[in-house]
Design a protein around this ligand. Structure first.
Ligand code: IPE
Ligand code: IPE
Ligand code: MG
Length: 228
């Protein structure tokens, strides 16, 4: 079966998942975080090389202080606890986005997590936190201007925060909405899109397996005519 090298996931629906169960939205984020770890492990087991997960958008920073503080608490737990599992699994951690907007202790935990896992050769887990695709494109454009010369597509891609990775082959969004919400705008030019109505905490390994199967059945033409 043809597998994607890079799977990107917009983890949406945590809040609605919790609200339906009369739980606070933070309970949805907590369940979502657990699922996120399990799903990324599943994908690496299946042989995917890069998994990029949209954990917090730049725009999400305008949510209530209560919700953000619950999310930050989860990030603290996640970065302290799961890094060991990543190391054991041979997975490298990377974080893209404007992390300077995060509380300083979380920035330090991210740095530590990246350092400790940098030897991982089995795959890379990229977390997009305080991330915005447009902002990243503008940042890369400014970096190109500072280089003082015109750049081509490849050189420009390398200036993006995901520049070290191949572009996503499969982009999954859970939670029923069919939009990108400012995620990997440049990189997803030829990604196969997969939408699930399931809320992220309810998106199982089996659901992910179905998404991979669906991907394998897609005819990726990249502008060419089939068979030519
Ligand atoms: C996605 O779930 C996770 C984050 C944006 C942090 P939401 O929090 O957007 O959940 P819904 O879409 O409100 O259900
Ligand atoms: C997108 O979800 C961001 C993440 C999943 C981290 P949102 O719930 O913030 O997206 P919109 O606001 O519905 O577009
Ligand atoms: Mg949402």
């Amino acid at each position: 079966m043809r597998l994607p090298r890079h799977v990107a996931v917009i983890m949406d629906g945590n809040g609605r998942w919790a609200q339906k169960r009369l739980l606070p939205r933070s309970a949805g984020h907590s369940a979502g975080m657990k699922r996120m770890i399990a799903l990324s492990e599943y994908l690496f087991r299946r042989g995917v090389e890069v998994v990029t997960l949209y954990a917090l958008s730049k725009e999400n920073l305008s949510r209530s202080e209560e919700e953000l503080s619950a999310l930050f608490t989860l990030f603290r737990t996640y970065f302290s606890g799961s890094v060991v599992r990543l190391i054991e699994g041979g997975v490298r951690l990377d974080v893209v986005g404007e992390t300077e907007l995060l509380p300083e202790d979380i920035q330090a935990l991210i740095q530590e997590g990246k350092e400790k896992t940098k030897g991982g050769e089995r795959g890379t887990l990229v977390l997009a936190i305080c991330y915005g695709g447009r902002q990243d494109i503008v940042r890369a454009a400014n970096a190109a201007v500072r280089m003082g010369k015109e750049v081509g597509e490849e050189e420009f891609s390398a200036l993006l925060s995901t520049g070290a990775y191949p572009p996503p082959d499969l982009l999954i969004r859970t939670g029923g909405e069919k939009r990108l919400s400012n995620f990997l705008l440049f990189e997803s030019a030829y990604a196969e899109l997969y939408f699930s109505d399931k809320m992220f905490p309810a998106f199982t390994d089996e659901d992910m397996a179905r998404a991979l199967e669906d991907f394998a059945s897609r005819d990726r033409r990249f502008g060419k005519v089939k068979g030519e």
